[in-house]
Ligand binder design. Structure first.
Ligand code: UDP
Ligand code: MG
Length: 326
């Protein structure tokens, strides 16, 4: 029983978008890691690194094909076009689902410490289905990145999208968790928020987040804001509830104003207060537009969900039959 358990297949899923600069080094380190774990008898020799090419415009896919040809530990899938980090990751995980016992997702830029995989695998054998990689510190990130990223987690939690603090998409999922994940059919998938909803026993391992090894970040501020919006609106309806509360408060204020103006009228003072009227008009107008916008976001989501478009399409899968379990 014990021996057989140690032979579980691990897939390391790596989404790649224009990562030709960093990919050779990533491949080298991941290969070393897999060989080390296989050598130590922790994982099966059928384990793989699965690169997902997210419609890169550079030579990323050619590189993946070459790596696959050179070493059977490398495998790859090519998406039909760029679908963004979350969908690329999902495509990789869903491809890995039927072939592995556990899958670790990791960024291509080596910011996630490769050695943490050992601890994740240990937790998996200890019975955890989900193991979150959590950054112990962000010393190497710039102040701006750290500040915006940490505000992101706070805002998310305030808005009802519960996520694991300082956990990005570096995590291990067991096959059971992957199968659970596959049942979440939403098109607007926000993995960080969905994985905790899958449930099952989970654990946290800490790691130091390093700097991007080469190439540049694909998450500028604009994308981060869009990502936060995406996360909040796909996970919770709290913003709409806040709008309701706000509307109620404003209604209370207007009742007070009404009482006040009746009193002023009784006192014979009628024309003063022009400034406050104008201010209120602007304030109410702004709030109404904001509220409509938030509601519109949700309606947009509903529209997209009802269409049920595919979340990703595969153009090519580099098959290696010995890597298949069933
Ligand atoms: N990525 C992707 N598709 C995209 C954008 C990014 O697959 O459209 C991948 C990218 O190759 C990397 C990961 O997502 O492996 C995280 O991106 P990045 O390191 O640029 O983000 P940051 O660490 O700066 O937040
Ligand atoms: Mg990065």
């Amino acid at each position: 029983m014990e021996i057989q358990q140690m032979n579980d297949i691990l897939y390391i899923v790596v989404p790649c978008y224009n990562e030709q600069d960093v990919l050779p080094e990533t491949a080298r380190r991941l290969r070393r890691k897999l060989e080390e774990l296989i050598g130590a008898g922790r994982i099966s020799a059928c384990s793989r690194v699965l690169f997902v090419n997210d419609g890169s415009k550079d030579k990323t896919w050619e590189l993946i094909v070459r790596l696959h040809g050179e070493c059977p530990l490398f495998s790859g899938v090519d998406l039909s076009r760029n679908r963004g980090h979350q969908n690329a990751l999902l495509a990789g995980l869903m491809t890995a689902k039927d072939r592995c016992d556990m899958a670790v997702s990791m960024d291509a830029d080596l910011q996630d410490d490769v050695d943490t995989v050992d601890a994740m695998v240990e937790q998996y054998y200890a019975g955890c289905d989900v193991v979150y990689g959590v950054r112990s510190s962000r010393k190497k990130d710039s102040f701006f990145k750290r500040f915006t990223a940490e505000s992101f987690y706070r805002l998310m939690n305030f808005m009802g999208a519960e996520t694991v603090f300082n956990h990005a998409d570096y995590r291990l999922l067991s096959r059971r968790a992957l199968e659970g994940l596959a049942q979440f059919k939403e098109v607007n998938l926000f993995l960080r928020g969905i994985v905790p909803l899958v449930g099952y026993p989970c654990a946290v391992v800490e790691y130091e987040r390093g700097e991007r090894f080469a190439g540049e970040s694909k998450y500028p501020l604009k994308k981060m804001v869009a990502f936060a919006m995406e996360g909040i609106t796909s996970l919770s309806v709290k913003p709409i509830r806040y709008i309701t509360i706000l509307g109620f408060l404003i209604f209370l204020v207007s009742l007070l104003m009404l009482a006040y103006s009746v009193v002023r009228w009784a006192q014979g003072a009628t024309i003063i207060g022009w400034a406050s009227v104008i201010c209120s008009v602007w304030a109410i107008g702004g709030l109404m537009l904001l509220s409509l916008g938030v509601i519109g976001e949700y309606i947009g989501k509903i529209y997209l969900e009802t269409k049920g478009r595919p979340r990703f399409l595969l153009r090519e899968v580099l098959e290696d039959l010995d890597g298949k379990t069933d």
